[in-house]
Design a binder for this molecule. Structure first.
Ligand SMILES: [Zn+2]
Length: 457
């Protein structure tokens, strides 16, 4: 009797959700699943919609994190988006399984718990629910179908502003002015695209993936090319080294992607990765918009040779991609992060944080809390922080791999802004992890050489 009561008690206190079935979930079923997860794991999840599709279906997002409702200073935001092409359906289902896995492993698996405590993970299973619904009326088809586009027959992954074509004005605006520009140019963009742009510009996204189908490869910016430049195929962005690292991490964590030759209809991708334009170039892609204006490093993951396979294949796709999707979340902690602050501790927003040798088309800027995040591989970097009004702080930093701490290295920059609006830097550097900067290391090295010289004399 006592034993029965004990089991009953455990049954009552542990959230009860049936394991998610490997099948295609229509819009109603998807909403119901997300609502159940949100109810059963309310302390670590937040369900919200960023807008609606042409027919009025919600673009749902489930945020998972220690503080799921709002951005927290020091905790980066990551997003995973599925189904931008309505007929590329695998990602949509895989993201539901990822959600289920993450919430169930919280407080059970140390690594997953650390991830959720130190990253706010936003998962949008479907960016094109209208297209998906069209696809489900047809038989599964491995090649492209009508459901690729939104309800107005627009390819959403060609509908974003493009930095290479006719948008030089947009490269000169402050972040808040970009939002105004989007609102003033509403007619140029589909409702789904507008919702995503607002979302990107309002949150502090650092890393992202968009999940596609029809190939097996991790693709990275740029997707578009500079028409005036002699085009050789590869459209290299300033952070190419970081993107290659991220893409390889995905392909080599995947069951087979790293082989590069799994699909008969696509080229042989060395290491299972490709620069977007090196495969084929196009303008108006979400990946380039994320990187250029959202300061968010987005990979395009082609996760299945077949765009719309029978549901019986879904479990295999989940097993193939699970480790890659989880490993990528950890990599949001590459590089450096911190705040740009006035001496009185007030955050300085819109400060430019630039890395020497990496000329981003749209310089990375601090958010309203004065925060910045820069994904960088370990190495010596010169960071130039410029505050509105013109004061600057140029600092040499030795960036180490700090992934094991589930945090990028923290460097805050302090300025002394005077009453008349001008500013001057005081070159104060905060290093929360006790690591020596490049300058400090050079001093230590010099002292060691002097001591060694004295000894041998
Ligand atoms: Zn696609």
């Amino acid at each position: 009797m006592l034993r029965t009561l004990k089991f009953l008690w455990i049954w009552i206190i542990i959230p009860q959700t049936a394991a998610l079935e490997f099948k295609y979930h229509n819009t109603k079923e998807l909403e119901s699943f997300l609502q159940d997860i949100n109810t059963n794991y309310s302390s670590i999840t937040h369900l919200y919609s960023v807008g609606t599709s042409v027919t009025g279906l919600n673009l749902w997002v489930l945020a998972i994190g220690k503080y799921p409702k709002d951005h927290t200073v020091g905790i980066p935001d990551v997003k995973y988006i599925g189904n931008i092409h309505g007929d590329e359906v695998v990602g949509r289902e895989i993201l539901l399984h990822l959600i289920e896995y993450l919430v169930e492993m919280y407080d059970k698996d140390t690594m997953i718990t650390n991830l959720i405590n130190n990253v706010r993970i936003h998962i949008m299973p479907s960016m094109n629910p209208d297209g998906f619904e069209i696809t489900q009326r047809e038989k599964p088809d491995c090649s492209s179908s009508e459901g690729r586009y939104n309800k107005r027959q627009i390819d959403l992954n060609r509908n974003f502003p493009d930095a290479f074509e006719n948008n030089t004005l947009l490269l000169e605006l402050e972040t808040s002015a970009i939002m105004d520009w989007i609102e003033k140019n509403v007619a140029r963009f589909e409702p789904e695209t507008r919702a995503i742009m607002r979302w990107i510009m309002n949150e502090t996204f650092v890393l992202s993936t968009s999940l596609h189908g029809g190939a097996l490869v991790a693709s990275y910016p740029y997707d578009d090319i500079q028409p005036a430049i002699d085009y050789s195929g590869y459209s290299r962005c300033p952070d190419d080294d970081v993107f290659v690292y991220l893409a390889k991490n995905y392909s080599y964590s995947h069951a087979t992607m790293y082989n590069g030759d799994e699909c008969v209809t696509t080229p042989n991708f060395k290491d299972g990765i490709t620069n977007g334009a090196d495969w084929y170039y196009f303008s108006g892609g979400m990946q380039d918009f994320n990187y250029i204006w959202g300061q968010c490093f987005e990979l395009t993951i082609e996760m299945s040779c077949c765009k719309n396979p029978p549901a019986s294949y879904l479990e295999e796709y989940w097993n193939d991609n699970k480790e890659s999707l989880i490993n990528l979340l950890k990599l949001v902690h590459l590089g450096i992060k911190g705040q740009v602050l006035n001496v009185n501790g007030t955050p300085i927003k819109n400060a430019k944080v630039e890395i020497q040798g990496r000329k981003n088309k749209y310089p990375f800027r601090t958010n309203e809390w004065g925060e910045y995040y820069r994904l960088l591989l370990p190495g010596l970097y010169t960071v130039n922080v410029t505050v509105p009004g013109g004061g600057s702080n140029i600092t040499e930093l030795q960036v180490l791999n700090n992934l094991q701490n589930f945090s990028a290295m923290v460097f805050d920059f302090h300025f002394n802004i005077t009453a008349n609006g001008s500013s001057s830097s005081n070159v104060a550097l905060q290093q929360d992890f006790g690591t020596a900067s490049g300058l400090q290391q050079n001093v230590i090295l010099l002292l060691l050489i002097v001591m060694f010289s004295v000894l041998i004399c």
